[in-house]
Design a binder for this molecule. Structure first.
Ligand code: HEC
Ligand code: HEC
Ligand code: HEC
Ligand code: HEC
Ligand code: HEC
Ligand code: HEC
Ligand code: HEC
Ligand code: HEC
Ligand code: HEC
Length: 438
């Protein structure tokens, strides 16, 4: 193959290059992004004719975000993109940077992405903290210690095929993130030798209520890996520990937990708060099964007859009562609707009782069963008023129908009586040509 002979190849390019190279091409100052990308891109032209690794960047590059923003190969790699002479085009004296090592990649990308003046010319609100944040993460710290297996920019964003982060085909689009992290974190062989409790983070997360909300319900407010871990930093902005991240979305639960006796009790046990009861990755739908019964998490620390165990039972009982009352009420309303009574107003009022139920479940985090009961009692009152209304409407309907049936029977009776009376008294007209009594 003609490409296999590097020296021969270079000779060909050299010969070709001599004729076309404008030697006056601007040399980029080392360390500074180019002011303006060159109109020509000899890098792309020549590389697209090469084989294997050397050509592979050129295929996807036209739809890479950098190409779409008008940047070229030379914007990242430097060199002279107006020359077809390989010795000019790829001359380190013209700022050419070949393939960066893994250790060099954050700074390679950061040359632009940490430069606010430069980035804001493209997008006035572009963030420029990625490298600084990355340096605080376990990935960034281990990389500086010489670990080449941790994630660098291109493991999460790809290279030569980088997309805007809000593009659904981007590897960091929320629904794609688990697979992107999983390329390493689910690979037993790759992660061998690290002191991690398990490698099931991705699998566990994909089993969670959060993943279902994100993928099945399309709820982009549900967290994926980086919502809890931060995209670049050790934690998301404003959160000091990953274990505290839940409260950024579930603020009410956090406030109640913070005011409950558990805050200090858990701290002295070294227990991590929310995660102690809900786990971190495989979070399941919550319910009374967490309070009482064989799956009770309260009973992992409390005895059934101590204060904690007792409160758990009381809270579960009052929540379950409201839950089943709401269910029965809904059944009554549906029955009435099937019978033809318009119950839409009552149905929408029932959502107020349901809000109380949701609030009661949140209030569990106060550990105060009287506060939970205050919510459930309020809900029960609303639900029973609505149920009463539904029953009344049904009863009215029944009475109306009974009345209707009675009057129908009465009218039928009158008609029949009349008919027989008329017939008996010979008032019926004889049909012409009909029977005669001979
Ligand atoms: C005339 C052909 C030609 C032109 C023009 C050209 N290259 Fe290359 N490039 C090559 C060849 C051939 C190699 C392999 C050389 C080698 O590794 O000895 C290469 C290698 C590279 C590498 C890999 C180097 C490494 O460290 O592994 C990069 C990156 C690169 N070129 C970028 C560019 C950029 C950026 C431009 C434009 C400024 C450019 N090239 C222009 C032919 C060309
Ligand atoms: C956004 C910055 C960026 C742009 C733009 C860019 N590259 Fe690269 N390129 C990189 C990085 C980072 C690597 C190192 C990839 C790796 O280690 O896997 C690289 C690696 C390469 C390599 C070595 C490939 C290998 O596997 O050995 C070649 C060749 C190359 N680039 C050519 C190009 C060409 C040609 C273009 C334009 C079509 C281009 N690059 C545009 C960042 C860029
Ligand atoms: C562990 C994976 C990972 C690594 C490593 C990583 N990123 Fe990101 N990056 C993400 C995720 C996830 C997002 C999306 C954030 C979002 O949706 O809000 C993102 C977003 C971005 C954005 C869009 C603006 C922003 O900050 O949200 C840029 C630019 C970016 N990354 C550049 C980089 C650079 C440069 C590096 C290397 C220093 C890097 N990333 C390393 C995962 C990563
Ligand atoms: C020559 C300067 C330059 C270099 C080097 C560079 N980028 Fe960019 N990058 C940009 C510009 C400009 C944009 C467009 C920003 C915008 O419009 O918001 C961009 C956009 C991005 C985006 C999309 C951001 C978003 O808001 O969705 C990602 C991701 C990204 N770059 C990652 C990288 C990675 C990874 C590297 C290193 C391999 C890198 N960039 C190297 C200039 C550069
Ligand atoms: C290129 C492979 C790779 C990719 C991709 C990757 N990681 Fe990592 N990650 C590692 C390695 C290796 C470690 C080091 C483990 C250690 O030292 O404990 C690590 C460490 C971590 C840690 C710290 C674990 C601890 O407590 O020590 C977290 C958290 C983490 N990664 C999250 C993520 C997330 C979230 C993503 C996706 C957005 C991701 N990683 C993508 C390889 C990767
Ligand atoms: C709802 C928040 C949340 C989501 C989503 C999440 N994590 Fe975690 N993750 C945590 C918490 C909390 C910890 C425990 C941190 C601690 O103890 O400091 C943790 C720990 C880890 C660790 C360290 C090892 C371990 O299991 O303790 C890794 C690695 C990790 N997560 C990767 C991921 C990856 C990959 C994803 C996406 C598939 C992900 N996480 C999604 C909250 C989350
Ligand atoms: C980025 C925001 C966000 C973060 C961070 C977050 N969650 Fe969620 N969580 C949600 C959303 C959205 C839902 C889905 C709500 C729904 O559909 O009912 C949800 C659902 C839940 C549910 C199920 C609720 C139910 O009705 O059964 C529990 C339990 C839960 N999260 C606990 C946690 C815990 C524990 C953490 C921290 C480890 C956490 N969440 C972190 C947004 C978040
Ligand atoms: C002591 C154990 C425990 C701790 C600690 C705990 N929870 Fe809960 N959580 C529960 C129980 C039990 C339920 C179910 C209540 C029910 O439905 O009857 C629940 C329900 C939930 C729900 C669904 C109900 C709702 O409010 O929408 C969410 C969300 C939630 N917890 C988030 C959190 C967050 C965030 C934290 C940390 C601030 C946390 N939990 C701490 C035990 C706990
Ligand atoms: C990780 C262990 C642990 C779990 C799980 C746990 N608790 Fe506790 N709880 C404690 C500790 C420790 C205390 C403080 C010592 C004490 O009073 O028993 C406490 C205190 C309490 C108190 C106050 C007791 C008092 O005498 O004032 C109540 C009420 C309580 N817990 C209820 C619950 C409920 C309900 C659950 C389940 C949703 C639960 N706890 C789950 C460890 C736990």
């Amino acid at each position: 193959m003609w490409l296999s002979n590097r020296h021969g190849l270079l000779g060909i390019f050299f010969a070709f290059g001599i004729g076309v190279t404008p030697l006056a091409a601007a040399v980029q100052a080392e360390g500074q992004p180019a002011e303006k990308p060159a109109a020509q891109n000899t890098c792309l032209v020549c590389h697209s004719h090469l084989g294997g690794q050397l050509a592979s960047p050129t295929g996807p590059f036209p739809t890479d975000v950098h190409a779409e923003k008008g940047l070229t190969c030379a914007s990242c790699h430097g060199g002279d993109p107006t020359s077809m002479d390989i010795r000019v085009a790829m001359n380190p004296a013209r700022g050419f940077r070949g393939r960066p090592s893994r250790q060099e990649i954050p700074a390679f990308c950061g040359r632009c992405h940490s430069n606010a003046d430069y980035m804001h010319r493209f997008n006035p609100t572009a963030k420029t903290d990625q490298v600084a944040q990355y340096n605080t993460s376990v990935h960034g710290k281990r990389l500086r210690e010489g670990d080449r297996r941790v994630a660098v920019c291109i493991n999460c964003h790809s290279v030569h095929d980088i997309k805007m982060v809000n593009d659904p085909t981007s590897p960091v689009y929320p629904t794609n993130v688990p697979d992107t992290c999983g390329k390493c974190h689910s690979d037993r062989e790759y992660m061998q030798g690290y002191n991690l409790p398990n490698l099931s983070q991705v699998e566990d997360y994909q089993n969670s209520v959060h993943y279902r909300a994100l993928t099945v319900e399309g709820n982009l407010a549900a967290p994926t890996c980086q919502s809890c871990h931060g995209s670049h930093g050790a934690t998301p902005p404003g959160v000091t520990s990953v274990a505290d991240v839940c409260g950024t979305c579930h603020a009410h639960n956090r406030d109640l937990f913070e005011k409950s006796p558990h805050r200090d009790a858990f701290a002295s046990l070294g227990a991590p708060g929310c995660v102690q009861c809900h786990s971190n990755h495989a979070i399941q739908p919550a319910g009374e099964h967490m309070l009482v019964g064989p799956g009770s998490i309260c009973l992992t620390c409390h005895a059934p007859d101590d204060n904690g165990g007792q409160r758990a039972q009381e809270m579960a009982a009052s929540i379950q009562k409201l839950d089943s009352t709401i269910q029965q009420t809904r059944d009554t309303l549906e029955q009435a609707e099937r019978a033809g009574v318009d119950m839409s107003l009552a149905m929408s009022e029932l959502t107020n009782a349901h809000s109380r139920l949701v609030m009661a479940r949140t209030t569990v985090h106060s550990l105060d069963s009287t506060k939970v009961a205050a919510e459930t009692t309020g809900g029960l009152r609303i639900a029973s008023e609505i149920a009463e209304e539904g029953k009344q409407k049904l009863a009215e309907l029944r009475r109306f129908r009974e009345g209707l049936a009675l009057s129908t029977v009465f009218i039928l009776g009158v008609v029949l009586t009349l008919y027989f009376y008329i017939r008996q008294n010979g008032y019926l007209r004889k049909e012409p040509g009909g029977e005669t009594d001979e």
